[in-house]
Structures are given as C-alpha cells and as structure tokens.
Unconditional design. Structure first.
Length: 296
C-alpha cells in the first residue's frame, strides 16, 4: 500500500474513533452536542491523533488507552479552531471549506461549543482509566501532559501573546514564543502522550518533545507561506488572513525565500532527531515530511 492510500485508511479509522467518542445528541442541551459534532467532524488532516498513534506504535504500544486520548486531542484542537474563528479573534466565516461553527449556530453557541469540546476532551481521556485500570500511572502522566500543553503554559499561552501582538511589530523572540506554544505545544502533547502510553523512557519522551517542537515551528512557518502563496479553494479557508488581521508572521519578518529555506532545515533537524532514537516507523517519518511540504 502506498503512502497516500495508507494515510487515507488511517484517517478513516480516526474518523470512526472520533464518532465513537462523541456524546449522544439528546436532552434539553442537544443543540450543543450538534454543534460539537458539526465542528469535530468537519474533516481536516487529523494530524494530532495520527501523530499520537504513530508514536505509540513506534514505541511498541499495545493497550486500549490510546483511543480515548486520540479523540481527546482532536477535540482540543477543534475547540481552539472554533474559538479562533470567532469575531473577537480571527473573525473567519469559513473553515475547511465550509461555514464556521459560529456562523451556523450563532456566536453564543460557537463560544459554548468550544468550551464543551475542551471539557469533553478530558471526560473522554479519563475513560482510559476504565478501559485499562492497570495502566493508571501512564494515563495520569499522559493527562498531565495533555492539560499543560493545552493551557496557559502551552497553546492558550501562545494564543494570548498572539492576540496581544496583533497589529504590532514584534521581534523574532516573541514570534518564536507564539509558534512554539500556539502550534507546537499540542503537537508535542500528541507525540509525548503516544510515547508515554507505550511505556517509553523519560529520556525518550524528552527527545520526542524536541522532535515535535521543531515540527510545530516548521508547520507554522509553512502555514505562513501558504497564507500568501495559496488560494482559498486549495486552502479551504481565507488567504491573506494574517495581512487582514495585521499579524507579523515569519514571512513578513524574514521574507518568503528564507521562510522556505528554514522550513526545510528545521524539518531535517526534526527527522534526524527522530532517527537518533533508533526506533522504526517509516510511515511516521514520511508523515512528518509531508506535513512540511503540504499545500493546505
């Protein structure tokens, strides 16, 4: 099976996992379950659960604990997108080629749908304790990573600085901080959790964190490149949105050519670091390569 077919198959499997962990749409608050499903099942690369699974596989993981965490991390990623699209943030009407959650359900339900997905992510991850109580220590460590990387010392921390910096000229130091936390933290979380649940050593988890950190930075620089070189049809969301929101990006700071060159260099460093673990997962390596050279 070639890489594209394998990726399609793995993505479909993740879609089924996400559906399995969605709440039943019933009760007086049913509209929020509908908005959660609309947001979560809008498609996308399913990158974070895929990275979690592939890292888990690389370290020889073979327990049931991984599935709820795969669903949970995609719920957290989705909540961040729902809130990013709100009028108070990026004010986008389209995401993944269709109308954003707040456009369909209203701004109030858009806020609540994001809140609900974040909270339900932890409800979902906690079901791992029931599925494999004998793995409680690893599950606890994984939850700790999930919470920290999604919070004020991770993704939210990066978003805070990003929002505060909008419309201002910012330094390379501030931009790196935003990229490492806003984008990198959740990718780090995915790969670290995969390693932790599979029983990797602390030193190995630390290396995985550095691999994911580099991938996160390269991924975000590529995002900046696509914002000025792609089209709305290909990207599935508005282009030049950074310019519209007066954001300093890697491209505005260093220019398009350096941005492209640095994406290559940082991704090569990440792959070399991954290989230093001397663990075999050819698909994971290929996936990381593809991320950097993606068109959407």
């Amino acid at each position: 099976m070639n890489f594209r077919d394998e990726k399609r198959k793995k993505t479909e499997e993740i879609e089924q996992i996400l559906k399995a962990y969605l709440p039943v749409q019933e009760g007086k608050q049913q509209v929020i379950m509908e908005a959660m499903e609309y947001s979560l099942m809008a498609g996308g690369k399913r990158l974070r659960p895929m990275l979690l699974w592939e890292t888990f596989q690389m370290f020889g993981g073979a327990v049931k604990t991984v599935r709820p965490f795969m669903a949970a991390i995609e719920m957290i990623h989705t909540y961040s997108l729902v809130h990013d699209d709100l009028p108070a943030m990026d004010d986008d009407d389209y995401r993944r080629g269709r109308k954003t959650t707040h456009i369909v359900y209203g701004e109030d339900m858009g806020i609540l749908a994001g809140d609900a997905l974040l909270n339900y992510a932890f409800e979902t991850a906690c079901t791992a304790f029931e599925e494999a109580p004998e793995e409680a220590t690893r599950i606890g460590k994984a939850l700790q990573v999930l919470a920290k990387k999604a919070g004020i010392y991770g993704m939210i921390g990066g978003q805070v600085v990003d929002v505060s910096a909008s419309g201002k000229n910012i330094t390379e130091d501030i931009l790196s901080f935003i990229y490492e936390l806003k984008t990198g933290a959740l990718l780090e979380s995915a790969m670290m959790i995969g390693a932790i649940l599979a029983g990797a050593e602390e030193e190995e988890v630390a290396v995985i964190e550095q691999v994911a950190k580099k991938i996160g930075i390269a991924f975000q620089i590529q995002d900046d490149i696509l914002d000025v070189t792609s089209t709305e049809e290909v990207l599935g969301k508005p282009v030049f949105s950074d310019q519209k929101n007066e954001k300093t990006t890697y491209v505005t700071l260093f220019g398009l050519e350096k941005a492209k060159k640095d994406v290559e260099q940082i991704s090569e460093e990440a792959i070399a670091l991954l290989r230093s673990l001397q663990r075999e997962n050819a698909y994971l390596e290929q996936l990381l390569q593809e991320l950097i050279h993606r068109e959407k």
